[in-house]
Design a protein around this ligand. Structure first.
Ligand code: A3P
Length: 286
């Protein structure tokens, strides 16, 4: 295993921002409040995008927090070492991010009325996005090459484990928590319709002007220009500027990277892992 990671419950976590104490805190100690809202994703499936949407919905489209507070402080990751300090004294309603699989999520979530938005993305695009992210971030293992990385991704030997297990885990708790499933692709195709659906789920009654503001400010262009969203505040020794965090923001970029071998391996693994699942995605038969 690379020095960059630690194993917790058989899953790889970047050591620089997680340890057993922070992970145990998230699962066993964190007290979920009924009005908490959870932004749950597997990495590179739209986490930061949803952080922006939730921030702007919470403020009725007002941009002050969006323009003045970094996204990792506005909608903190519960599993990171900074979570306790950022979340415990935060007034309600809190917005909380997590990449944790469902079985490591806070136990108190399952006895609460907190709302969970689970955003997922075509795993082929998540894989390519993660590949580029790992090449640019110093606290993640630099991929040897794309062949090796695709194999690792499909085996779940990347941070936060397997995309498949993550999705299955959260689908498996859909009767235990108030959860809404969202795809990155639907957000791209219909941002306004998606924002309206999210507001409905959150029981937030925004007027047309506020919805316009949420949609406009959470666009790729607006987030790419906002230093509180685009990760340009990450010190240059931790993040190589050649691959920006707001990289392409598209669906289907995998087609520009995968060879025929990658496609075949991905398709065979996808078929096998998704067998028997009663859920359909736009990318199932690509
Ligand atoms: P790409 O690397 O494919 O460009 P996460 O926040 O889960 O780490 O995901 C990051 C991915 O989401 C990156 O994908 C990033 O560009 C994309 N993204 C972030 N905000 C977006 C937005 N407003 N619209 C479209 N894509 C966005």
């Amino acid at each position: 295993m690379s020095d960059h990671y630690m194993l917790h419950d058989g899953i790889l976590f970047p050591k620089m921002v997680h340890d057993d104490i922070s992970l145990n805190y998230a699962t066993n100690e964190f007290q979920v409040r009924d009005d908490d809202v959870f932004n749950v994703t597997y990495p590179k499936c739209g986490t930061v995008w949803m952080q922006e949407i939730l921030t702007l919905i919470k403020s009725n489209g007002d941009t002050e927090a969006f323009l003045t507070i970094p996204n990792w402080d506005r909608v903190p990751w519960i599993e990171q070492m900074t979570a306790k300090q950022l979340l415990e004294n935060q007034p309600s309603p809190r917005l909380i991010t997590t990449h944790l699989p469902a079985h490591l999520a806070p136990k108190s979530l399952y006895n609460s009325k907190a709302k969970v938005i689970y955003t997922t993305r075509n795993p082929r695009d998540a894989c390519i996005s993660l590949y580029h992210f790992c090449t640019s971030i110093s606290f993640l293992e630099t991929p040897k090459n794309l062949d090796d990385f695709v194999q690792k991704f499909l085996k779940g030997e990347v941070m936060f484990g397997s995309w498949f297990d993550h999705l299955k885990g959260w689908l498996g708790v859909k009767h235990k928590v108030e959860i809404m499933f969202q795809t990155y692709e639907d957000l791209l195709k219909d941002p306004r319709g998606s924002v309206i659906k999210i507001c409905k789920f959150l029981e937030k009654d925004l007027d047309e002007k506020a919805i316009d503001s949420v949609v406009a400010h959470s666009s790729f262009k607006s987030m790419k220009e906002n230093k509180m969203s685009n990760w340009s505040l990450v010190p240059p020794e931790m993040m190589d500027r050649k691959t920006p965090f707001m990289r392409k923001g598209q669906s289907g970029d995998w087609k520009n990277h995968f060879t025929k071998e990658h496609i075949d391996l991905f398709d065979a693994t996808y078929k096998e892992k998704m067998k028997g699942m009663d859920v359909k995605f736009s990318w199932d038969s690509l």
